[in-house]
Design a protein around this ligand. Sequence first.
Ligand SMILES: Nc1ncnc2c1ncn2[C@@H]1O[C@H](COP(=O)(O)OP(=O)(O)OP(=O)(O)O)[C@@H](O)[C@H]1O
Length: 338
Amino acid sequence: MGAGQEERGGSPGRADDAGDTVCTVRGLVKTYAPARGGDPVRASDGIDLDVRRAEVFGLLGPNGAGKTTLVRQLTGLLRPDAGSVDLLGHDLVRHPDRAARLVGYLGQESTALDELTVALAAETTGRLRGLTLRAARAERDAVLDELGLGPIAGRPLKKLSGGQRRLACFATALVGERPVLVLDEPTTGMDPVARRAVWAAVDRRRAERGTTVLLVTHNVIEAETVLDRVAVLESGRIIACGTPAGLKELVADEVRVELVWRDAPPLDVPEVAALRGAATETGRRWSLRLDAAGARAAVAAVTGGPAFAALDDFTLATPSLEDVYLALGGRAEGLVKG
Ligand SMILES: Nc1ncnc2c1ncn2[C@@H]1O[C@H](COP(=O)(O)OP(=O)(O)OP(=O)(O)O)[C@@H](O)[C@H]1O
């Protein structure tokens, strides 16, 4: 039995061994009032969660799953209707103002600093977090250098590209070091160089300073590579929690088969027609999750007979986090692959 399975019993977000826990959430509920004519939205629906010191912990889920709502409650920005949030021994439901001293938060969008230059935004954040002018400037320089932002340090945030602005906002979140970093989709819009700089900076803080990182993402590839543990959210609930490897054991007996047809699939071949029911179709691509025997049969059917001429490409792959998510009943269209 893998780690992911163990943690699925009872409440999936609750760690069996919660030693050295930085953040403990119990029974968190948040319902948004209905928009005109609509129904209320229960964006957090009884969430239990334990995040340990110096781990990169991910919240993965499709649009609207409740990730941002959850992290806003963990950073004191949104008051839950019920439940508790303990961050480093502080009760954030009772004292939401204390979060500012504990958490460096990068929200989905930030306009407050938009008029400032990159350098001044970083320095100002440092000053707001209680650094002396000298210390704020020293940290500003170090962080901008670390992230390769030196060449654009003198430019106002509002005049930068989306990816550059995102990287600059990430830089400000790092100044005036906090023990916990909460990053909501930090790499949105970034090129690969900037993404690498972000993950290197995150990893350095975790390794050298024991920083705990809570990361919101709906990018499964990123999630697999950077996270120590991940909670999968769906409709305000944690439907699974564990290491990426542990979660993948849930579907270890599955194989993913990808078929790409040259043109239209040859549905006149009965074996191909039979596969269609199990396939997720994206243009000319069919994606199937099959057990080992089913995968062998599918490959034999499309490579051995008349279907082969219609086949452009096929691949067999071991399961990914996306397969776990789908196996748990998640919606396929909600997760970004790249
Ligand atoms: N201020 C609000 N008022 C009413 N409903 C809201 C509000 N904010 C979010 N919601 C609803 O709550 C649910 C959860 O939203 P939330 O932003 O937490 O999801 P998310 O997982 O962060 O999504 P995304 O990946 O798109 O950022 C959604 O159904 C959303 O429409």
